[in-house]
Ligand binder design. Structure first.
Ligand code: LLP
Length: 425
């Protein structure tokens, strides 16, 4: 299978018939290419580059393994993601553990693993210090900085604004004092600085602005505290074109960000590594959700296409009003004569997977493909309405493989208990 034909209607129809729907389908070749394009865009401009794939976008083991093969590190946000990264062979020093609220056990797991711990508050720094003293261990850390920059994206995925819950603010010397405190802690090794201002960012200017603000602070750390950092981590966030609109490429991002870093390396007089944490732009366009039409309902005001997936399968449209391109498989060349809402099967009015779409006439039994769901698709799915989660399929160069079995109702029952006395009744 080469990269041109993984979206071929015959291929997708065969796969839907063979593996049933709803079904997530990914393309290995596209994932590898996306990774390489991103890596090269930065590596061609700056020598000390580390790309840490943002696991939250898609944690399927096969996909994480492909990216580990490519040389990616891991940006993880929970012990589960941390263990996933270790499981697929990512080296602990290439893992950064970020989260705004880490518990004692979570911190211990990260310390034991030897991952970089990305601290999000002063309380967390103190808690980590106590844990390290108790365990008699050391840890490499960075601080997540809130640079107070508007990423000009959806409010629910803006993370570095003044009122955001994430990061330590530069304002009022809060971040400066955090580094000062950490410098005095014997079991802490200050390794870097981190920021992540948001996701689905379409204006690369905000990345440049962020780099300026962070590097200015890095200079202050050197001048006033004598701290030299191993790395500067600018997070992820590069957007992808869901509507077919023009979107910045990794090249566009690197072209504005790297010169800022280079300008400041002259002022700080050393060259920290540049770490980046892309998620969406690595896996987003490498995934398609296939679902089956169970009926078409014409109401006085709308035509609904009822499918066998819902916001339990793909949450993005309900959660962020996200737009995903939709096709009726095999009818790509027919006239788009009808207006439809693609209605999910969850019992909530908000469960519309795609609203107001002009499509060829849809019939029961047709297969609908929902595009660009490789990132934050399966990873945000749930068993709401007691529906088992779908299977995941990987299209490889010479084979099609199942990389996650479809769940069954027994998977939903697993771990639940009916107290014995209730069973008697
Ligand atoms: N690094 C950190 C610390 C993050 O919080 C995120 C995403 C990333 C990297 C990767 O960002 P990306 O390159 O994928 O934009 N569920 C939402 C997206 C939430 C993103 C959360 N953080 C969606 O479906 O749009």
């Amino acid at each position: 299978m080469n990269k041109e034909n993984w979206t071929n209607p015959t291929v997708l129809t065969d796969i839907a018939n063979r593996f049933k729907t709803p079904l997530y389908v990914y393309d290995e070749c596209r994932i590898r290419e996306n990774y390489r394009t991103f890596y090269r865009a930065f590596k061609n401009r700056y020598h000390g580059i580390k790309v840490l794939y943002a696991y939250k976008a898609n944690t399927n083991l096969a996909i994480c393994k492909i990216l580990q093969n490519e040389g990616a590190g891991a940006d993880v946000v929970s012990p589960g993601e941390l263990k996933t990264a270790l499981h697929v062979g990512v080296k602990p020093e290439d893992i950064i553990f970020t989260n705004n609220s880490k518990g004692q056990d979570e911190l211990k797991t990260a310390v034991d693993a030897g991952a970089v711990i990305n601290i999000d508050s002063i309380d967390e720094l103190k808690l980590l210090g106590d844990i390290l003293t108790e365990l008699g261990k050391n840890s490499r850390i960075s601080f997540r900085i809130n640079p107070e920059i508007d990423p000009k994206t959806h409010p629910k995925i803006s993370t570095g604004m003044r009122n955001s819950k994430f990061g330590i603010h530069i304002e009022k010397d809060i971040a400066f004092n955090a580094y000062k405190t950490a410098k005095g802690m014997g079991n802490i090794k200050i390794a870097g600085i981190h920021t992540h201002i948001g996701s689905q960012i379409m204006d690369t200017g905000v990345f440049a602005e962020t780099a300026e603000r962070i590097m200015e602070f890095v200079l202050r750390l050197k001048n006033e505290l004598g701290i030299e950092l191993e790395f500067v981590d600018l997070g992820g966030g590069l957007g992808i074109p869901y509507h077919g609109e023009s979107a910045p490429s990794p090249e566009d991002m690197a072209r504005v960000v790297v010169p800022v870093i280079q300008k400041w390396t002259k002022k700080i007089d050393y060259e920290p590594q540049l770490w980046l944490e892309p998620g969406r732009c690595i896996v987003g366009n490498a995934g398609i959700l296939l679902c089956r039409v169970q009926g078409v309902k014409k109401t006085p005001s709308k035509n609904f296409v009822n499918v066998d997936a819902g916001f339990n399968t793909l949450l993005r449209p309900a959660m962020y009003d996200a737009y995903h391109k939709v096709n009726v498989i095999g009818k790509e060349n027919e006239e788009q004569s009808e207006r439809y809402d693609i209605a999910g099967n969850v019992c909530e009015s908000g469960d519309i997977l795609a609203g107001d779409r002009m499509l060829p006439e849809v019939r029961e039994g047709d297969i609908i493909a929902i595009f660009d769901v490789g990132a934050y698709g399966f990873s945000m799915s749930s068993q709401y309405n007691s529906r088992p989660r779908p299977a995941e399929i990987l299209i490889r160069e010479r084979s099609v493989e199942i990389i996650r079995e479809r769940e069954t109702i027994d998977d939903i029952f697993a771990g639940q208990r009916i107290p014995d006395d209730l069973k008697l009744r």
